[in-house]
Design a protein around this ligand. Structure first.
Ligand code: ADP
Ligand code: ZN
Ligand code: ZN
Length: 741
């Protein structure tokens, strides 16, 4: 038997599969998806079987035999998915397959075997008869031995090391206990966060209506019904305001899929940010839920992977990589908070978990649900939308007020200072969001609010740290930093870059920290645990301000927050990106959704009404106006119109190619050569544009804007394949990002 094997090498130069001869002992256990330990190009590596055959073009005598067949086989569907990902993201199958392997497979990580003790029938009898009388024929037990047997009787099989191996061995010698080595999955500890119940509450009418649509799709795509007239609608967008009970709808759909004997994947942006969601699934479905994320030990991840692969676990909850979970017969894929940028993988292939979810849903006959309070315009455009328009608790959204900062030279608007003083007086909680995304220095006019935009791309020009230039990160357009504003002639042109420390200082100054604690959530500086502690402390506190960047508006659910403040809301607007409007709208809307919830907010609301204050230099920005009006539909319609006009997704596809090297000319040359090779109708090829140095490397970018996606992907793939190998020899690495976020 011949196996066609894809060797898992990093290099782009290796394309296609290689034949290996399977021994008679190996052949029966090898399928498409099997993982082999092979020799390839003089090295030991892993390979994945992509096909089996009786014949080969190569002299069979010259073929080598795999060293070993690993137990961590992928499914044929995952092999097909890897091929699709390789093409779709201009990468290679080997790189895609590497992301799918069982954690630790390459290092040969195995299952952990432990000595397990179990009560025997004789042991149970001994426990029941003792201590009737001294004369009893039953063997005598010490108090400690009785206790051990009783424990085993209560718990069932247990790890010997946890109870005392020596004592158990003595009981085993008397036939009262059976000891044997078994594999025992290393389970990640479950963290109970917030209230979660094992049963569903009665659903609201809106929840039930949405769930019914999903159940109908699930039913018609399962079993006998799936043949013929399966539902033509199976890709849904669950658009529900924060607190509208979306998770309860997901839970209902997962329950239906499990009842039908199928499996489900539930994606969340980041486990550390959404421990409540994970816990709600665990509380509802128990051990059938597996979790895959990077904070687990490799052993835990490996064992969870095998629980999924074997069918012992049938629901996988996790961040973007969980979309590659080795499940069979997937009936449902949920993507919660679908607008989050973290669904885009940063490595190679730069896959988008939402697109992979769609591919897999299609391959499995699964139902797809993307959920958000602030969905991406493309999701509204492409999916069937189900609405949850109100919060479950019926509480209205807090008013959102825009505060014009153009004439202010203080970081806090007077209105903000007053609101904080009121809050302090009444004793409530506030969330204050410093809107910064990485470093983003830009220019604006202090007088009229003009922001310097790229004439080609309609995104903000970014200030070069050392130069006297502003530049566009999309197309490379550059211009000098002006002396005065061309619109109003003011010479007061401000270079921005928000000062976190200054804000904190202002707060401490104005509020007095002893009576009114300030909790600072720092994305860059602190560990996950430190962040979790800060969040817990804020949750437990009776009053205080939580200050931080974007993450304070994500995922968490704090009852009793009556004030939300966004400092410098238009910061995201100036980030050089076609999604800036969308991000700004989402940010303000998400913060509003987390303000004024829960019983305590109701209590505080008698004295302090819930509100959201948005400080901005651009009070007329469309995204802010729509957010202030709680008008998601208006925003999406407007944004889709703009994108259609400017040829941005979903009306065109973007492909970004970045070349990086230690020397500037090398990066630029490679980008120029790729640029000239991308010849495709109906596509604009922009660049090469220099980017900022990253980790000491110069970077240059080519951006393709294509109305016709497929030919553009192919053209870029060909250009990169033609240029990358030679460029690699000169130290240039090339990365391709299809649908950058
Ligand atoms: P979302 O995911 O839309 O933000 P959640 O699913 O987290 O909303 O629901 C918000 C809160 O309302 C949660 O505490 C949840 O337990 C509760 N909840 C959801 N649905 C119901 C319901 N039908 N009846 C009572 N409480 C509900
Ligand atoms: Zn001006
Ligand atoms: Zn531009």
């Amino acid at each position: 038997m011949i196996a066609q094997v894809q060797p898992l090498t990093r290099t782009r130069a290796v394309r296609g599969t290689f034949d290996y001869r399977l021994s008679d002992a190996q052949a029966p256990s090898v399928r498409v998806g099997s993982v082999l330990r092979i020799r390839f190009g003089g090295q030991r590596t892993l390979g994945v079987v992509t096909g089996l055959s009786e014949i080969t073009d190569v002299d069979p005598g010259k073929l080598s035999e795999p060293d070993e067949v690993l137990e961590s086989a992928l499914t044929p569907e995952l092999v097909g998915l890897a091929e699709w990902m390789a093409h779709e993201y201009c990468s290679t199958s080997a790189r895609a397959l590497s992301l799918m392997l069982a954690p630790g497979a390459a290092q040969g990580a195995g299952a952990k075997r432990v000595l397990v003790a179990e009560l025997t029938g004789a042991g149970r009898d001994a426990l029941a008869t003792e201590p009737v009388a001294d004369a009893s024929p039953a063997p005598r037990l010490t108090a400690r031995q009785r206790e051990l047997l009783a424990t085993l009787d209560r718990t069932g099989p247990a790890a010997a090391s946890e109870l005392g191996t020596d004592s158990l061995r003595r009981l085993a010698a008397r036939g009262l206990v059976a000891l044997d080595r078994r594999t025992r999955p290393r389970r990640p500890p479950a963290h109970a966060v917030g209230a979660a119940s094992a049963t569903a509450p009665p659903l609201t009418v809106a929840q039930q209506t949405a769930l019914d649509r999903l159940l109908e799709a699930i039913r018609s795509r399962t079993g006998a019904d799936a043949n013929g007239d399966g539902a033509d609608e199976y890709e849904f967008l669950l658009h529900g305001v924060t607190g509208s009970g979306k998770t309860e709808v997901y839970l209902g759909a997962v329950a239906a899929v499990l009842n039908a004997g199928r499996t489900a994947i539930v994606l969340v942006p980041e486990i550390a940010m959404t421990p409540q969601t994970l816990w709600r699934f665990q509380a509802r479905f128990g051990d059938v839920v597996a979790v895959l994320h990077s904070a687990l030990t490799q052993g835990q991840r490996r064992d969870e992977w095998f629980r999924l692969r074997s069918g012992e676990a049938r629901v996988c909850v996790g961040p973007r990589s969980a979309v590659l979970a080795p499940l069979d017969d997937i009936g449902l894929i949920v993507v919660d908070e679908e607008h989050e940028g973290s669904y885009k993988h940063e490595g190679d292939p730069r896959f988008d978990a939402r697109a992979v979810a769609r591919w897999r849903a299609n391959a499995h006959g699964a139902t797809l649900v993307l959920g958000s309070a602030t969905p991406r315009p493309e999701s509204v455009h492409e999916l069937t939308r189900l609405r949850l328009p109100e919060r479950v608790d019926g509480r209205p959204m807090p008013p959102v007020e825009l505060l014009d900062m153009r004439s202010s030279h203080q970081p806090l608007h007077p209105e903000t200072r007053m609101a904080l003083a009121d809050l302090r007086h009444a004793g409530g909680k506030a969330i204050m969001l410093l809107n910064r995304r990485g470093w983003s220095n830009f220019l604006s006019c202090r007088n009229c609010g003009r922001v310097w935009l790229c004439p080609n791309c309609e995104v903000a020009l970014v200030l070069h740290r050392h130069g006297a230039f502003v530049a566009c990160h999309h197309c490379g357009h550059r211009e000098r930093v002006p002396d005065r504003c061309p619109d109003c002639a003011s010479v007061s042109v401000a270079r921005h870059g928000a000062g976190t420390e200054r804000i904190e200082h202002e707060l401490r100054d104005g509020l007095g920290t002893d009576a009114f604690p300030i909790f600072r959530l720092d994305a860059d500086a602190s560990t996950l645990q430190a962040r979790a502690r800060t969040l817990q402390a804020f949750e437990a506190a009776a009053a205080g301000v939580l200050v931080g960047t974007q993450m304070v508006a994500k995922g968490h659910d704090f009852p009793g927050v009556s004030l939300g403040v966004v400092i410098d809301a238009d910061q995201t607007l100036r980030f050089p990106d076609f999604r800036s409007e969308e991000r700004t709208f989402a940010l303000v809307t998400q913060l509003a959704g987390r303000t004024g919830r829960g019983a305590e907010a109701a209590g505080a609301g008698d004295r302090v009404r819930s509100r959201v204050l948005v400080q901005t230099l651009a009070p007329d920005a469309r995204s802010l106006r729509f957010a202030a009006g709680h008008d998601a539909d208006g925003f999406v319609a407007d944004e889709l119109g703009r994108r259609r006009a400017l040829r941005y997704p979903p009306f065109a596809s973007l492909i970004r190619v970045v070349c990086s090297a230690e020397a500037e000319p090398e990066a630029g040359d490679a980008a120029a050569r790729i640029h000239e090779r991308i010849v495709v109708d109906g596509a604009a090829v922009l660049g090469p544009a220099p980017l900022f140095r990253l980790r000491g490397r110069f970077r240059s970018q080519v951006l393709v804007k294509a109305t016709d996606r497929e030919p553009a992907i192919e053209a870029v793939g060909r250009a990169v394949d033609a240029v990358a190998p030679a460029a690699a020899k000169r130290g240039v690495s090339v990365s391709v990002d299809v649908d950058p976020v």
